[in-house]
Ligand binder design. Structure first.
Ligand SMILES: [Zn+2]
Ligand SMILES: [Zn+2]
Length: 252
């Protein structure tokens, strides 16, 4: 039977802690069978491992987020490398110049460093890029040697085409369901089905019909249903393809 996968979520955030079982129950009720929980630091990772003991259907991805790089040291990189066999991918890693323009060089250095960890261990990577399209592209093109997801894709159609040429996967968040999201909708129409993923990136970017409320992994369903309708295909056809894409990415 087909089901939904949430390729990228932060169900390890404190807001979900109190009623985690309730959120998982709702995910099941919405046919969301796999949620890939993204850890931004060591504490996230240790907590998420506990969650996975109770819910084996959770996947874990771990990498240092670009905005946090200023306090990273060699010990943090060693830690990531020491747990790399316990994660499905290294991420979310990348560049974010939106909040932090001052530390571009440090961000680039840490980005490359983590790509190299993934290369050494043959792990796929998951990329965060905001207001840094050109630099992200150049670094990936030069350094990435494993399979790549561009998470929460919000760049131009032209950038999407460039990433597709490199064979990367494009992951669409709930934004595609927003009324005025012209370019994300165009991208979701143009992206080849065998390169596509969907995600919540919860707790942010809640899709319609729950826009404005807190997001959660169960709601990836609404993004998926919207895209199936947009592309004029059945929900099952989209689900089956998304499952294949995710498995291929994960299998590296
Ligand atoms: Zn991100
Ligand atoms: Zn994220």
């Amino acid at each position: 039977m087909s089901y939904w996968i949430d390729t990228h979520c932060h169900m390890n955030e404190e807001v979900y802690c109190e009623d985690f079982d309730g959120y998982m129950k709702l995910a099941g009720a919405n046919n969301v069978r796999v949620s890939n929980i993204v850890c931004l630091n060591r504490e996230d990772f240790e907590y998420t491992k506990q969650l996975k003991e109770r819910y084996p259907n959770l996947d874990i991805t771990f990498g240092y987020f670009p905005e946090d790089v200023h306090h990273l040291n060699d010990g943090d990189m060693d830690y990531l490398e020491s747990v790399v066999d316990e994660i499905i991918a290294v991420g979310e890693i990348g560049l974010d110049y939106y909040w932090n323009k001052e530390e571009k060089e440090k961000q680039k250095e840490m980005f490359i460093c983590q790509i190299e960890v993934a290369n050494r261990h043959n792990k796929p990577i998951m990329i965060h890029s905001r207001s840094a399209a050109r630099d992200t592209y150049e670094i990936l093109k030069q350094y990435a040697r494993t399979k790549v997801i561009m998470h929460c894709f919000s760049e131009s159609t032209e950038m999407m085409r460039q990433y597709l040429k490199l064979g990367y996967y494009i992951s669409f968040p709930g934004v595609v369901t927003f009324k005025n999201a012209r370019e994300p909708k165009e991208n979701a129409l143009e992206c080849p089905l065998n390169r596509m993923m969907i995600e919540t990136d919860c707790p942010y970017l809640t899709p319609v019909p729950f826009r404005g409320q807190r997001n959660q992994t169960a709601y990836v369903r609404y993004t998926g249903e919207y895209i199936a309708q947009l592309r004029g295909i059945s929900v099952e056809e989209l689900q089956d393809q998304l499952i294949r894409n995710y498995e291929e990415w994960k299998a590296q």
